[in-house]
Design a protein around this ligand. Structure first.
Ligand SMILES: Cc1cc2nc3c(=O)[nH]c(=O)nc-3n(C[C@H](O)[C@H](O)[C@H](O)COP(=O)(O)OP(=O)(O)OC[C@H]3O[C@@H](n4cnc5c(N)ncnc54)[C@H](O)[C@@H]3O)c2cc1C
Length: 305
């Protein structure tokens, strides 16, 4: 343990906000990942800024995490500090007259979608079944069915490496398919502001129910995973390419191409990150040999592989 760094962290955070050698398997939906040197749970923007500043000054690698639902963390863990934005950043405020919703980065999308629905606002139903935080979703420009974050976002409030707060509008965020300028510039999402439309509450709730039922029917939600493993290649569906390559149920150790939905790599129980990574590499090679399409992982890899 880096005692000197730990003591400096303690000048910013309380002891119960600092975890040492914390297994990241506890923080990812894959239930995979070795320990992080430190995992911190800041409770304010100034905490976040101070931790980033300290990490930069001490040459300590750091990484922002939300709900860990799009992450494959190495079995060796992460040699650095994970800054996890969760419950302390989950304030939501809704302007019913202007149909504007402002929410902090740690709020879960399911909670936000239901809150938006409760106020009879439509435009966020697609997000209800995505198991991430708002910060992760804005960073990834997450999307599902007929929606993506880009459609409704008005602005994001971000923290840059120098501790400046930036407000970027939709155009400035440069949102594309699962990409944003946030990833490129390593900004930290603090808040996002959305503009929705008035709707009929029962219809909105019924759409959420319907989309969630479609997920349960089509996706292997009974197993740990990080959702769709690959991005959708232009003109194809990753899951279909994988299925047509004969890989349904293909397994490396306890990591498997889901039999229910070939676009998902699942953890059948006790899978290691190395097994998942090998499976991903095998899929890429086999699909490329068969169809000449190079699949690109949507899941983010963290740590040493
Ligand atoms: C069962 C299942 C279904 C899924 N379905 C979908 C789907 O339909 N559509 C979809 O798009 N995704 C889907 N996903 C993937 C995942 O839920 C989304 O990518 C989600 O937006 C990730 O949010 P997170 O908080 O878990 O981010 P994490 O996994 O913790 O992080 C993902 C990336 O975002 C960055 N990040 C996280 N928070 C912040 C922040 N505050 N500021 C800056 N960067 C940040 C991280 O550094 C990392 O690069 C699914 C996953 C699962 C397990």
């Amino acid at each position: 343990m880096n005692e000197a760094f730990y003591q400096k962290l303690r000048t910013i955070l309380d002891d119960n906000q600092i975890m040492i050698e914390e297994p990241l398997a506890r923080h990812t939906t894959f239930l995979i990942g070795g320990p992080a040197w430190f995992l911190v749970l800041p409770e304010s923007v100034s905490d976040v800024a101070a931790v980033v500043k300290l990490c930069l000054a001490e040459n300590m690698p750091y990484y922002i995490m939300g709900n860990g639902s799009n992450l494959l963390v190495s079995d060796k863990g992460y040699r650095g500090t994970i800054i996890k934005l969760g419950q302390s950043f989950s304030k939501i405020s809704i302007d019913e007259e202007k149909y504007i919703v402002r929410a902090e980065a740690g709020v879960l999308l399911s909670k936000l979608a239901n809150e938006v629905a409760d106020h009879s606002l439509t435009g966020f139903e697609f997000a209800a079944g995505i198991p991430g935080t708002l910060g992760g979703a804005v960073t990834m420009n997450a999307g599902a069915y007929d929606g993506e974050i880009k459609q409704a976002i008005l602005e994001a409030v971000l923290l840059d490496k120098d501790g400046n707060i930036l407000r970027l509008n939709k155009e400035e965020l440069k949102m594309g398919y699962r990409t944003t300028i946030i990833q490129e510039n390593h900004y930290i999402v603090l808040e996002a502001v959305f503009g929705f439309q008035p709707g009929v509450k029962e219809d909105i709730l019924s759409k959420i129910k319907d989309l969630n039922a479609r997920r349960r029917e089509k996706q292997p939600l009974e197993y740990p995973s990080a959702g769709s493993t690959f991005k959708r290649p232009a003109g194809y569906y990753a899951g279909k390419l994988i299925m047509d390559s004969g890989l349904r149920g293909y397994q490396v150790g306890n990591a498997q191409v889901s039999e229910k939905h070939c676009g998902f790599v699942i953890n059948k129980g006790g899978a290691t990150a190395t097994e998942v990574k090998t499976l991903i590499s095998d899929i890429i090679e086999i699909v490329n040999n068969k169809f000449g399409v190079v699949l690109e992982p949507e899941v983010k890899l963290l740590g040493e592989f």
